[in-house]
Write a protein of this length. Structure first.
Length: 447
């Protein structure tokens, strides 16, 4: 979960809360005559062939009314069943078969099941895997008419995560990012705005003898800590997030961020092995600590455990606002699918109806520009807290070399936290790990 969540908001997400009425309208929608079909179909262009009432024209596609079974892979049964029910309200002629396959497992399974004819028509995975899905030949590009519709309706940077070589290859339906969570009963009603404020609070709150600490979060994982590096001025993979030769681990900017990170040991003086993801989250959701850094997946359990929850943006450090990673969950049509209704299903995921199901059953944020028609979302006090960080995020890199980034990125923080190596030694170690991975993969390391 830590690298695929992801936990989720891109550079313009917060604007969706402030300006929910700014969405452009969809194309004129006139259904081709067909039993009980919805208004998501469009009038074909004059040069399109007339295939009669046996087909529905849908954004550049001719979908047969007599549809084959549509197989979809996704986790979370309650969400999947509600989504299928919503889809069938629009398209009652399509029999959708759901199979429970996790987001992080779907691509590996598709490698074997797809060519064998056993795979799904649509499957979901995190956006940072899309380069691999394309390189492995697992997914089909989206028809141009449907791509144009999504360009109008979805957040620009979310579309950017699924665009390669000028073509859109998947529907980006869910976004998430980390933020600062606080327990109002232990901290106060207004969340902290600076790390200096938190350090000062810890001086009187901490009680090491009783293992009482002001804060804890996963200090082992780059996903939860890259904001220290961005605050220091480091740019992973260069200014455009796409150059593997500009990893940046050994830069002065990275060293500055790591020095700030080391200062935070005063908040919870524990070895890194004792503050991994599950441990830190459990301490917060059970009311043991006032502050943590996590994502929207932690909202439900925190509220279920009675935490008087507040959420806000990651505090500034020396007046600098850190940028965190954001993640996008995407849904794609399998290369081996021959069912054109698959495109209608992934489109439903990013529709207003799909976004409403996503919020109601998963408490997650849609990628739609306009959320005003989604009941409860724009007034949600917790997701609006997540969105305060969203303008200060960058998408997780999606280039193929991102697979070589995670291990050394984790090492930067784990070794810095434990203090067994100097910052310069930590940087050198991370660069060696990164370069060795590139060598094994046959990449050029002449940089």
């Amino acid at each position: 979960m830590k690298k695929c969540m992801l936990i989720v908001g891109l550079l313009v997400l917060a604007l969706a809360f402030a300006a929910c009425s700014g969405n452009e309208s969809a194309p004129a929608q006139t259904p081709t005559p067909a039993p009980q079909q919805d208004q998501a179909t469009t009038t074909p262009d004059a040069d399109e062939p007339d295939l009669g009432d046996d087909y529905i024209y849908f954004y550049g596609l001719h979908l047969p009314v007599d549809a084959d079974d549509l197989i979809v892979w996704m986790p979370y049964e309650d969400f999947a069943m509600a989504l299928i029910e919503s889809f069938n309200e629009r398209f009652p002629n399509v029999n959708v078969i759901w199979e429970e396959v996790g987001h992080s497992d779907s691509r590996d399974r598709m490698i074997l099941d797809g060519p064998a004819g056993l795979g799904a028509d649509t499957f979901n995975f995190p956006h940072d895997q899309i380069a691999f899905a394309i390189l492995d030949g697992q997914i089909q590009p989206v028809p141009e008419a449907l791509e144009a519709k999504w360009q109008r309706e979805l957040i620009e940077t979310a579309i950017g995560t699924v665009t390669h070589n000028g073509a859109v290859h998947a529907a980006p339906f869910q976004i998430e990012n980390i933020a600062l969570f606080y327990n109002r009963d232990l901290w106060g009603d207004v969340g902290p705005t600076t790390w200096e404020e938190i350090l000062e609070f810890a001086e009187t709150y901490n009680d090491p003898a009783n293992h009482d600490w002001a804060m804890a979060w996963d200090v082992n994982t780059g996903f939860f800590n890259v904001f220290w590096l961005t605050a220091g001025g480091m740019q992973l993979f260069g200014p455009n997030n796409d150059d593997y030769t500009q990893i940046g681990f050994d830069t002065p900017e990275a060293a500055r961020g790591l020095a700030w990170f080391q200062q935070m040991r005063a908040l919870f003086d524990m070895p890194s092995a004792d503050v991994e993801f599950a441990t830190a989250e459990e301490r917060f959701r059970t009311g043991q600590i006032p502050l943590t850094i996590t994502g929207p997946w932690a909202i439900h359990d925190s509220l279920e455990n009675g935490v008087n929850l507040g959420i806000t943006s990651i505090p500034t450090i020396e007046g600098i606002q850190p940028y965190a990673f954001s993640g996008v969950m995407v849904s794609a049509v399998s290369t081996w699918s021959t069912n054109p209704w698959a495109y209608a299903f992934v489109d439903h995921l990013v529709s207003e109806a799909g976004a409403a199901v996503l919020y109601e059953h998963r408490n997650m944020m849609t990628t739609r520009r306009d959320i005003s028609a989604i009941p409860g979302l724009s007034d949600d006090p917790y997701l609006s807290g997540i969105a305060r960080q969203s303008p200060f995020t960058v998408p997780m890199p999606s280039i193929a070399e991102v697979q070589f980034m995670w291990a050394p990125l984790d090492e930067l923080f784990r070794f810095s936290w434990d203090g067994d190596l100097s910052i310069e030694e930590v940087q050198e170690h991370a660069m060696n790990t990164y370069r060795n991975s590139l060598i094994i993969a046959g990449r050029d390391i002449d940089f």
